[in-house]
Design a protein around this ligand. Structure first.
Ligand SMILES: Cc1cc2nc3c(=O)[nH]c(=O)nc-3n(C[C@H](O)[C@H](O)[C@H](O)COP(=O)(O)OP(=O)(O)OC[C@H]3O[C@@H](n4cnc5c(N)ncnc54)[C@H](O)[C@@H]3O)c2cc1C
Ligand code: FES
Length: 283
């Protein structure tokens, strides 16, 4: 005879991944995939633009991934670049697979502060993923914003994310859309070079302009330097700080930069704060 064991329900704290099923998979580029997830039972709270979740693939591990669109009904949209370990497993997900989700976490883009202002959004590579919800928010409430420019850089044309959507935004002409690639491939008639090349002739009303930047750290530094040199206050320039994260709840210290924790104080911080932190060598 088998003894029956009373199974107490598993306590669910903020560190317990919540099962979500993959309901859609879109291959954006050779190495980037957008996954739409639906809660298997319980949903996590709705994220805000610039926030991230910890995505857990069973047997592989857990990594921070930003939300790349805001969806109703508890759905989550994440765009993931396969750089190796966990992201490789996540990018290989198929419809029906179940992943774990913790979050959403962090402080995102200050979209409300940008209302009534001009806005310049600058994205490099996968950096367009966390900024896409900002563009959606602008287009959903276009009259609340001043002039809006989106500058997107990628290594090659083939690596431009959300290509169809970019073309749609360009055709709608509600915002200025500029793209630039590091290396031109056959047939590319657009700009070639670094993203700042697309900023130099941008007319900036510096006092009323807010800037949001996401991409490789060196690119964010160059862009922030460019716009602040032209007179945009560094407190009006937001960047998303990418740091190694483990807990995402200010416990492990992995993401600490000086007195700041990228997981809770960020990942989005203003350039006056980040510039001071990143110029201290030992940090
Ligand atoms: C707040 C936040 C939000 C993020 N949002 C996204 C997102 O929306 N989409 C997304 O694809 N990624 C995002 N990332 C980056 C993502 O978390 C990392 O790519 C991931 O943790 C790498 O883990 P891994 O196990 O796949 O690779 P690892 O095994 O940790 O690393 C494998 C190799 O890739 C290199 N590597 C690790 N990370 C990167 C990177 N970011 N770029 C280039 N090389 C890297 C490592 O140095 C190593 O050589 C975000 C990170 C943070 C902190
Ligand atoms: S990830 Fe652990 S403290 Fe930020």
């Amino acid at each position: 005879m088998t003894a029956s064991v009373d199974r107490a329900p598993v306590p669910r704290g903020s560190m317990t991944p919540v099962p979500h099923r993959v309901v859609d998979v879109v291959h954006e580029t050779r190495e980037t995939v957008t996954l739409t997830l639906e809660p298997v039972a319980d949903a996590v709270p709705a994220p805000a633009p610039g926030q991230f979740t910890m995505l857990w693939a069973w047997g592989a591990g857990e990594v921070p991934i930003s939300v790349s669109a805001l969806e109703p009904d508890g759905r989550l949209v994440h765009t993931i670049r396969d750089v190796a370990g966990v992201t490789k497993t996540l990018c290989a997900s198929k419809v029906g697979d179940v992943l774990g989700v913790r979050g959403p976490y962090g402080r995102g883009w200050d979209v409300d502060a940008a209302r009534g202002h001009d806005l310049v959004v600058v994205a490099g590579g996968i950096g367009l993923a966390p900024l896409r919800p900002v563009v959606h928010a602008v287009l959903a409430d276009r009259a609340s914003f001043g002039r809006v420019a989106l500058v997107v850089g990628a290594r090659t044309e083939q690596e431009l994310l959300f290509r169809g959507e970019l073309d749609g935004w360009w055709h709608r002409r509600e915002i200025l859309v500029r793209t630039i690639v590091d290396r031109a491939s056959a047939g590319w008639a657009g700009s070639v070079g670094v993203v700042t090349g697309e900023l130099v002739d941008l007319d900036l009303d510096t006092e009323r302009t807010r800037v949001m930047v996401c991409g490789p750290e060196v690119m964010m530094r160059v862009v922030a330097q460019h716009v602040t040199d032209r007179g945009v206050p560094s407190s009006q320039v937001e960047v998303s700080l990418e740091r190694n994260m483990q807990c995402a709840v200010k416990t492990c210290g992995h993401c600490q930069v000086g007195p700041y924790f990228a997981c809770t104080d960020g990942p989005v911080l203003t350039w006056d704060v980040v510039d001071a932190l990143l110029t201290v060598r030992e940090l």
